[in-house]
Design a protein around this ligand. Structure first.
Ligand code: M6R
Length: 357
């Protein structure tokens, strides 16, 4: 039920900090150790490469999952769009582990890959919000998102839950391999949850940004580097699916190789700046688009912020910034859709779960 909320999407955005806290609880035992099916731990240890298969928002969570697993656990990861992998399987490593990420657990494109990889005898882990779902039943192992039912077609809380669960999986695999980490993941996730909660209290500012930048535009670009680039892809998907603004996410440095031709006087460009190592270069990209007339909106992280940034998120662990930086993007999309009189929870042409290939 929506309760006092006008839309499920807004309710689900607000639920995100509670979902992250629930995940922390569910994946921790009484000795504050990570609680994980030992078979999943063994499968992660035994594989020589992970293949993440997903669609849409879940694919975007997978791109960040790759960052977590490669950077923390040192296991190579490939991330594939399910519908592409299905008809064009890449060369596989000797001991692959397939990880299917799906809110619904019913996405036909992902299931088609699961059927093929099971036939080949490869182990499969499904990360899903619906443990009894097809992808969960047909895989060897399941990790549950604990996000509660997600009703709005635009996925929000499942995305942040997917990232939290993948971060926990990455940390667990690092520890299982004896890799020392210099942070407490559950504590850092708790800090991220608090930061998310603080942002959901800043809705008025985000509504103003949505109105000023997006109420009449035809298009919008999202740029970022590294982790921020992947969050920009999700921000652009959110915006296009509920507001019908043509929105695209690009790697900051790639713009000048073609896309910058589309920047005109007043084109909105949302830039994410949450990573210290690329803070200077992404701001350089913003100058490039501003010089062509873009109306830029910088969303930065405390500590890396500069005067004139449109919105600043609280400081969190650099790998966990997506959990927080996506929240203003979700809210800006929500308000842009409202300003444009769109059906937020049930956008045209879309279904909550896509059960045809
Ligand atoms: O249920 P799944 O996570 O497998 O669904 C995948 C996509 O269909 C889904 O994320 C879709 O892109 C959403 N509408 C995005 O908000």
């Amino acid at each position: 039920e929506k309760g006092t909320y006008p839309h499920f999407m807004l309710k689900e955005i607000d639920e995100q900090p509670f979902v992250i806290r629930k995940i922390i609880q569910e994946y921790q035992n009484e000795n504050d150790e990570i609680k994980l099916d030992p078979e999943i731990r063994a499968a992660m240890k035994a594989c020589d490469r992970i293949y993440i298969i997903a669609a849409g928002t879940s694919y975007h969570a997978g791109l960040l999952g790759k960052q977590f697993i490669e950077k923390l656990a040192n296991i190579p990861v490939e991330v594939h769009v399910a519908s592409e992998f299905s008809y064009n399987m890449p060369l596989l490593s000797e001991k692959p582990l397939f990880v299917y990420i799906s809110q619904s657990g019913e996405t036909a494109d992902s299931r088609s890959v699961l059927v093929q990889t099971k036939k080949l005898g490869h182990p499969a882990l499904t990360v899903t919000n619906v443990p009894g779902s097809t992808l969960s039943r047909e895989a060897d192992y399941t990790m549950h998102l604990h996000a509660g039912p997600e009703i709005a077609v635009a996925s929000t809380k499942a995305y942040t839950a997917q990232m939290a669960v993948l971060a926990i999986l990455a940390v667990d695999s690092a520890r299982a391999k004896g890799i020392d980490l210099d942070f407490d993941p559950m504590q850092e996730l708790g800090i991220a949850a608090n930061a998310m909660e603080a942002l959901t209290d800043q809705k008025e500012d985000l509504e103003t940004l949505a109105r000023d930048y997006l109420s009449v535009t035809r298009n919008c670009f999202f740029i970022g580097r590294g982790i921020d680039y992947y969050v920009g892809l999700e921000g652009s998907l959110k915006l296009k699916e509920i507001s019908y603004i043509q929105a695209e996410g690009f790697a900051g440095g790639e713009l000048k190789h073609g896309t910058i031709a589309l920047i005109e006087e007043g084109t909105p460009v949302v830039a994410l700046a949450t990573q210290a190592n690329v803070n200077y270069s992404i701001r350089g990209n913003v100058q490039e688009v501003e010089a062509r007339g873009a109306n830029s909106m910088i969303i930065s992280m405390k500590g890396l912020d500069k005067e004139g940034d449109a919105f600043v998120i609280p400081h969190v662990h650099d790998l966990l910034t997506p959990l927080v930086s996506v929240v203003p993007l979700q809210l800006i999309s929500y308000y842009a859709a409202l300003h444009r009189d769109c059906d937020v929870d049930k956008p045209r042409n879309l279904a909550k779960s896509v059960t045809v290939e």
